[in-house]
Design a protein around this ligand. Structure first.
Ligand SMILES: O=C(O)C(=O)CO
Length: 410
């Protein structure tokens, strides 16, 4: 089998291991006895998959439920659950309409009732009842997403402009108990930041929020500035939280599969969070150093890089990482690098990420395309498409960050 086929096996195995089904079922076995009714609200890119697992586990014990996920992520109807699709990475009117359904579901509950709240990344855009006009919030989200701000910084702002984020959804559920199961897609599992923490006390402060606006020179209206000075709930007494899945698991599975395929796996980090281009350059330096070692090696990195948009092209952080790497590994015959998002969508594209090898740079040059120009225009999708460099998985049903692997053959 060739090195690219090995790469594809590692991609499939690591994503499959990060599916939330078993984790959700296991967590629900810890659900205390309930004297009232059980409701379900699920948000995020993995919401459908998590809801399906919950329904399989609890069946008719769920009185009613709302599942909100990204477009094309509802795989089928789930009996007794209303599934909605909405805009991501920037929210839209469907995000707001679906969120209103969830709000209605949890209003007027009793202290004996339970809300099973299934949270996954992507929830910030999909689950929203804005405190500012939708168009204003969409504009701020676009500015934040292209600024190079980290997800923690982005969500610190989002929380203050929302009626459901930053612990406020849990407040709406009072006096019912919220049983929150969180699939982590942020490095270090900061529970208040994943999907902007609708059921977790906010650790960030108004000073943090204002600092972020200044740091990235964001243009915001006066109403927004005023909201940033309002504090979010710092304590919640009705929430029990279980965190499942993470990028560490994604890396561990990549490592197991690589070993099975005869590579010596080296997990370098599960918290890669620099600029995508820088990560690609770094990985290519490792490739140049070790490509002549005469051993099959697999360097594994998990995390979530960032992209500071300078151009108008199409791409995503994983595709940029892979393409940046292609520049530095050009000519190395025994090397392949991929970077994929476990959710199956990288940026606003239909690709999960990118895959490159020592021939990629030459293949692009033969089409008069230089990698530096493509990166300057953030157009990695269109370049990789021309050289069989896209990894397409479709929506995977999970969301636990990204994994990048450098494979060195003999
Ligand atoms: O906030 C989100 O929606 C994220 O994707 C990070 O959890």
């Amino acid at each position: 089998m060739g090195i690219r086929e090995d790469a594809k096996e590692i991609i499939n195995a690591s994503i499959a291991s990060a599916l939330p089904d078993n984790a959700v079922k296991k967590a629900l076995k810890k659900l205390p006895a309930c004297d009232g009714k059980i409701y379900l609200v699920a948000i995020g890119k993995a919401a459908w998959q998590m809801t399906k697992a919950a329904k399989d586990e609890l069946g008719d014990k769920i009185t009613d439920g709302v599942c909100i996920t990204k477009y094309d992520h509802v795989k089928d109807q789930i009996e007794g659950i209303r599934c909605f699709e909405a805009g991501h990475p920037v929210l839209d009117e469907n995000s707001v309409a679906a969120t209103k359904e969830a709000e209605k579901l949890v209003s007027g509950l009793s202290k004996d009732d339970f809300v099973i709240f299934l949270v996954s990344g992507g929830g910030s855009a999909l689950f929203e009842d804005p405190k500012v006009p939708l168009s204003e919030l969409q504009d701020i989200n676009k500015q934040l997403l292209s600024s190079g701000a980290s997800i923690t910084e982005i969500n610190t702002i989002r929380k203050r402009l929302s009626n459901v984020k930053g612990g406020r959804f849990a407040k709406m559920c009072e006096p019912a108990t919220v049983f929150s199961i969180i699939l982590s897609d942020i490095i270090g599992d900061p529970l208040d930041m994943i999907a902007s923490g609708p059921a977790y006390p906010d650790s960030a402060t108004t000073e943090d929020a204002t600092g972020i606006i200044n740091k990235y020179s964001l243009k915001v209206i006066e109403d927004v500035k005023a909201l940033l000075t309002e504090e979010t709930p710092k304590e919640l007494s009705n929430v029990k939280t279980i965190v499942t899945g993470s990028v560490k698991q994604l890396c561990a599975s990549a490592s197991i599969k690589a070993k099975e395929l005869g590579y010596e796996p080296i997990v370098l980090t599960a918290c890669l969070d620099c600029e995508a281009k820088a990560a690609g350059q770094f990985i290519s330096a490792i490739a140049r150093e070790h490509s002549k070692d005469g051993k099959k090696l697999a360097y594994i990195m998990g995390g979530e890089t960032v992209v500071k948009l300078t151009g108008k092209g199409l791409g995503g952080r994983n595709q940029e990482l892979a393409l940046a790497c292609a520049e530095g590994i050009g000519g190395l015959k025994n090397v392949c690098v991929f970077s994929v998002g476990s959710d199956g969508t990288d940026g606003p594209t239909d690709a999960a990420g990118g895959i490159v090898d020592g021939d990629t740079k030459e293949a692009l040059l033969s089409k008069e395309i230089t990698i530096s120009d493509v990166l300057a225009n953030n157009d990695s999708y269109n370049a990789l498409k021309l050289v069989d460099g896209l990894v397409i998985t479709g929506p995977t049903g999970t969301n636990v960050n990204d994994v990048a692997v450098l494979l060195i053959g003999v």
